[in-house]
Design a binder for this molecule. Structure first.
Ligand code: PAF
Length: 270
């Protein structure tokens, strides 16, 4: 594995005419990232991973400061996976002079996380735009756990780039909690509550698949989750999985949640 700090150096070294798969991450790698990397290795000749904690997508400084960082362990994992290239740029390298740190969203996209974390997706889109303008991978990989992120990035890529986007299913632990780098900030007891939330919503989803009119029970579910100690829902919504609108039927909906578990903000979808 060759490690680069400079995007220009990486560009000189890597032949982007080859079939290159790119997995952008913010590090603290877990099995979710590993499944993205394995998908890339399956369909691409070479796999490139980036680790960059993108400051422009954090709307709170405290969240940026406490975001988990595990570079040494990440490098060990990537070496074991035998990826080809690792990019670890710093913020100056990514946001060179006059580079926009935000890309605006349409008004109709300012829902769920976009509404509650103003500026977050604007920062995500800016960094992905930067990477794809300066690197030209054939494929880019994202997880469905960040479903709204995936939806917005798909729109950006389809409009501007030739890179093909591949989405991979959410990976869950044995207690149904979606894997996330932020889980390392949770205690054993917090994880038990996240497991309760996940199982409750998976069960609710299965009921809705049979009879969508049961969506009227959403408020009861919100009440039940908010009743857990140190748990506070930010939003819990049912939307179309195709365009995230509130027009859906029993075949095309998803349940989306963002909540605080002991002050750690978690998201998931079912
Ligand atoms: O999902 C993430 O880890 C980040 O939002 C991403 C896509 C790497 C952009 O910084």
């Amino acid at each position: 594995m060759i490690i680069f700090k400079s995007i220009n150096k990486l560009n000189k070294e890597v032949n982007f005419k080859a079939n290159i798969g790119f997995v952008p991450t913010m590090g603290s790698l877990h099995k979710g990232h590993i499944s993205l990397i394995k998908s890339s290795k399956k369909i691409c000749q070479k796999t490139m991973v980036s680790i960059f904690i993108n400051p422009s997508q954090f709307n709170k400084k405290s969240d940026l400061m406490s975001y988990p960082r595990n570079l040494k362990k990440d490098i060990r994992i990537l070496n074991e996976l035998k990826i080809d290239y690792l990019l670890v740029p710093n913020a100056k390298e990514v946001y060179k002079k006059n580079i926009k740190k935000k890309i605006n969203l349409n008004k109709k996209d300012k829902i769920m996380c976009a509404k509650h974390r103003p500026g977050h997706f604007e920062g995500v889109l800016a960094v992905i735009n930067q990477f794809l303008e300066r690197l030209k991978p054939k494929y880019i990989f994202f997880g469905e756990k960040d479903y709204q992120q995936l939806y917005l990035i798909k729109k950006l890529i389809n409009k501007k780039f030739k890179t093909k986007i591949i989405s991979c299913s959410t990976i869950r632990d044995k207690n149904k909690v979606a894997l996330s780098s932020r889980n390392t900030l949770l205690t054993h007891n917090d994880m038990k509550k996240s497991s309760f939330v996940a199982k409750l919503l998976i069960n609710f989803k299965n009921k809705l698949k049979k009879s969508i009119y049961l969506k009227k029970n959403l408020n009861k579910i919100i009440f039940e989750i908010n009743n857990l100690k140190n748990i506070k829902i930010e939003y819990l919504e049912i939307r179309s999985k195709n365009n995230l609108s509130k027009v859906f039927n029993k075949n095309n909906f998803k349940i989306f949640i963002a909540y605080y578990n002991n002050k750690i903000r978690l998201i998931d979808n079912y």
